[in-house]
Design a protein around this ligand. Sequence first.
Ligand code: BEZ
Ligand code: FE
Length: 288
Amino acid sequence: MRNIDEHTITPAVISRQAESGNPRFKEIMDSLVTHLHDFARDVNLTEAEWMQGIQFLTATGQKCDAKRQEFILLSDTLGLSMLVVAMNHAKPRGATEATVFGPFHVDDTPAAEQGADLAQGAPGAPLFVEARVQGLDGRPIAAADVDVWQADDDGLYDVQRPELGDTRRARGVLRTDADGKVRFRTVAPTAYPVPTDGPVGDMLLASGRHPWRPAHIHFMIKARGYQTLVTHIFRDADPYLDSDVVFGVRSSLIGDYVKHAPGTAPDGSVAQRPFYTLALVFVLSTAS
Ligand code: BEZ
Ligand code: FE
């Protein structure tokens, strides 16, 4: 194979991959090469631009460490994460919709008791959440694990505060009771920008895009015999609901955060400041 030009290069690469013993790998690589080449031809990519792209991807890798995943952030902000979620988590009618996982989940989040204060000192207005987990048939799902995580009123997750070390707050894993319910106290979430001090931030700026996510609480719900649900509950009336930087908003996932004047809260305590309540129903689809 010689004298390859800008058109014959694509079949040349694909035929070189023909002996791959893994049909799925070959399908993915053939398509990737085809689309990459088409992209370069489409925009008439110059050598200087290609080198800029290589430098951008290199910087993206160099920004990654145990606490920072710039490649996931790149996938999120390019809409690729949400595309993959949408393709892989099409839910039956009535089931709660899924959205992006995001980079701030902590695997060893401690278990929390019913009624626990997950905030553990995180700043923000008190929020009392009651959530019911049920199947498509409306029956409660007992003993489901409800993993909750969120940013505080400063728009920061605990893992973004070096002063906290390994202390965990504004997160916890609760188990549903016989009625399929969990109750907990936390703080009302606020909108926050994704990290912009890396190459993804530069890309957003150059694209004329803002870096904000509308306020939300993350949930991951696992129950035996059901598909694991990864989702958020967004705060109603957030100014970024229609321009989420990672394209994760679904109308069905906007919660009704009800504001109350100071007084007796759902847990019997007396709140000295306004507080919020949020009632949720999560509907899981059965495992296929
Ligand atoms: C998040 O919601 O935690 C998140 C999702 C995608 C990118 C950055 C943050
Ligand atoms: Fe988040």
